[in-house]
Design a protein around this ligand. Structure first.
Ligand SMILES: Cc1cc2nc3c(=O)[nH]c(=O)nc-3n(C[C@H](O)[C@H](O)[C@H](O)COP(=O)(O)OP(=O)(O)OC[C@H]3O[C@@H](n4cnc5c(N)ncnc54)[C@H](O)[C@@H]3O)c2cc1C
Length: 410
C-alpha cells in the first residue's frame, strides 16, 4: 500500500487526503494549527454568541470538483442552492437592480431593459466577448476598463472572484471563469452557500469521512524542515518527531506559498497577498426575517457584498489591504451605515465581529500566475497543492479541491 504524507489540512489537503483514501492509499495528514479548514473554517464567536465562518465563501454551480467532494463525503444535502441571480445596490445613485443570469440572453435582451443594469443598453454587454481574445499578460482593466458596465459589473465580479483589483487581476483567469459559467449558461451560475456554515457543509463531513477510513488529522504538527537526498524527500521534521520517507512514498505540500518558500528557500513563488475583511453583525430584533435576498452586491461603498444569513448578517470587503491597520470599530460603524442605507433603516449598530484575513489570497496578477506556471526544482516524490498552485483557475475553493485531487494523478 502506497504511503501518502500530506502537510496542511485546508481544503486542498483534505481533498488530497480524501482522493488518496478512496484509492486505498495509506494516508497521514498533518496540520500546524489546532483547527482544520485553513482559510475556509467556522468557529464559535463568543461576542456574537453564534458560530460564524471566517469569510463569506461563495461557490458557483460550475464548480464540479467542489460538488464531487461533497458527494464523496455525503454532504450534498448541506448545500443551499440559490438561483443564478445577484442583487445590486448603488449607494451613490440610490439604485437597486437584479442581474438574473437566466435572462442574460443576448437575443431576449433587445428591448427588455428591465433585465439590464440601470442606464445601460445591450451594446454595453457585448464587452464580454472581448474575453474570448485575451492573453496571459492582460489585466481585466486593459480589456474592459472603458466599458460602461465596468463599475457596476466587471469590477465587482473581478473583486468577488479574484480578490484583486481589476487593474492587477489577470484577464485570462477571469476569461477562464466566464467560459465555465456565463458562457455555458445559467445552470452553471447557480450559487452554492452552506445551509449552516462551511464547517457543517464541507469541513466536518471531510473529517468524518477520513476518520471512518482510519485517517485522523494530526493537529498542531508543523513541518519545520525536510531533507532531500538524490532529488527525493527522505525525512520530514516535525516538532516532536521525524518521519523517514521512501522514494516510492508521496509527499503532498498543501500549504500557502510563503510557507513552502520557508522549506525550499531557492524556489520562486508569489510573495504578495491581498487581505479580505469580513464584518459579521447580529441581526437587530426589529428587522424582519427571513430576508428575501440572501446576497447583495454594493457599488460605490467600502462594502462589496452583503450576505443575509439565518442568524447573522455579514459583509465582505475584498482587496482590503488598505483596511489592515484600521480600527475594527471604525470599520464596523462605516459598514453598518452602508447596510442602513441599503435597508432604508436607522437602527443603532448591533454587536459585531471583524475578521481580517491578511493573507486571504495571493494577488492574482498575470505575473504571479506566470511564476506559478514556471515553478520547478521540487523533489520527485513531492507534489504541491493549494489554491495558488492552479495557473488556470482563481484562488478559490474549487481550485484548492481540484489541486488536491490532481496531486494524486501521476
Ligand atoms: C475571507 C476569505 C474569503 C474567501 N472567499 C472565497 C469565496 O467566496 N469563494 C471561494 O471559492 N474561495 C474563497 N476564498 C478562498 C478559499 O478560502 C481558499 O482558496 C481555500 O480555502 C484555500 O485552501 P488551501 O487548502 O489551498 O489553503 P489553506 O486553507 O491556507 O490551508 C493550508 C493549511 O496548511 C497549514 N500549514 C501551513 N504551513 C504548514 C506547515 N509547515 N506544517 C503543517 N501545516 C501547515 C495551515 O495552517 C492551513 O491549515 C476566500 C478566502 C478567504 C480567506
Amino acid at each position: 500500500m502506497k504511503n501518502v504524507y500530506i502537510v496542511g489540512a485546508g481544503l486542498s489537503g483534505l481533498s488530497a487526503a480524501i482522493h488518496a483514501v478512496v484509492k486505498n492509499f495509506n494516508v497521514q495528514l498533518y496540520e500546524s494549527s489546532n483547527l482544520i479548514g485553513g482559510r475556509c473554517r467556522s468557529f464559535f464567536d463568543n461576542k456574537l454568541g453564534i458560530e460564524i465562518d471566517n469569510g463569506n465563501h461563495l461557490v458557483f454551480s460550475a464548480n464540479e470538483n467542489f460538488y464531487e467532494l461533497c458527494a464523496i463525503v455525503g454532504s450534498v444535502n448541506k448545500i443551499d442552492i440559490l438561483p443564478p441571480d445577484l442583487n445590486f445596490f448603488d449607494i451613490k445613485e440610490n439604485l437597486y437592480w437584479n442581474l438574473d443570469f437566466r435572462k442574460i440572453n443576448i437575443l431576449k435582451m433587445f428591448g427588455e431593459t428591465e433585465n439590464l443594469i440601470p442606464r445601460t443598453n445591450l451594446i454595453h454587454y457585448l464587452s464580454i466577448l472581448k474575453f474570448l481574445f485575451v492573453n496571459r499578460q492582460h489585466t481585466v482593466s486593459q480589456i474592459v476598463g472603458n466599458s460602461k458596465i465596468f463599475k457596476t459589473f466587471w469590477d465587482p465580479l473581478t473583486l468577488g472572484v479574484m480578490n484583486t483589483s481589476s487593474n492587477y487581476a489577470s484577464a485570462k483567469i477571469l476569461s477562464n471563469v466566464l467560459k465555465k459559467t456565463i458562457f455555458k449558461g445559467h445552470n452553471y451560475c447557480k450559487i452554492y452557500q452552506p445551509k449552516e456554515n462551511w464547517n457543517d457543509t464541507i469541513i466536518n463531513p471531510c473529517i468524518n469521512f477520513l476518520e471512518k477510513k482510519g485517517c485522523d488529522v494530526k493537529l498542531k504538527k508543523r513541518l519545520k524542515k525536510l531533507d532531500v537526498f538524490d532529488d527525493f524527500v527522505s525525512t520530514l521534521y516535525f516538532d516532536d518527531k521525524n518521519i523517514k520517507i521512501k522514494r516510492e512514498d508521496l509527499v503532498i505540500m498543501a500549504i500557502p506559498p510563503s510557507n513552502l518558500k520557508k522549506l525550499f528557500p531557492s524556489i520562486e513563488v508569489p510573495t504578495e497577498y491581498n487581505s479580505i475583511v469580513n464584518v459579521h453583525f447580529n441581526i437587530p430584533k426589529s428587522l424582519k426575517k427571513p430576508f428575501k435576498k440572501k446576497i447583495v452586491g454594493f457599488i460605490n461603498t467600502s462594502s462589496h457584498w452583503l450576505f443575509l444569513k439565518k442568524n447573522h448578517m455579514s459583509v465582505t470587503i475584498s482587496d482590503a489591504n488598505s483596511f489592515n491597520n484600521f480600527d475594527s470599530q471604525e470599520i464596523a460603524n462605516n459598514i453598518w451605515k452602508e447596510i442602513c442605507s441599503y435597508m432604508k433603516i436607522n437602527i443603532p449598530i448591533p454587536e459585531f465581529q471583524v475578521v481580517k484575513e491578511k493573507k486571504a489570497t495571493v494577488i492574482q496578477s498575470p505575473s504571479n500566475f506566470n511564476i506559478v506556471k514556471r515553478l520547478t526544482g521540487l523533489p520527485k516524490n513531492l507534489k504541491i497543492s493549494g489554491d495558488w498552485t492552479q495557473s488556470e483557475l482563481p484562488c478559490t475553493i474549487e481550485g484548492s479541491i481540484l489541486s488536491g485531487k490532481k496531486s494524486l494523478i501521476n
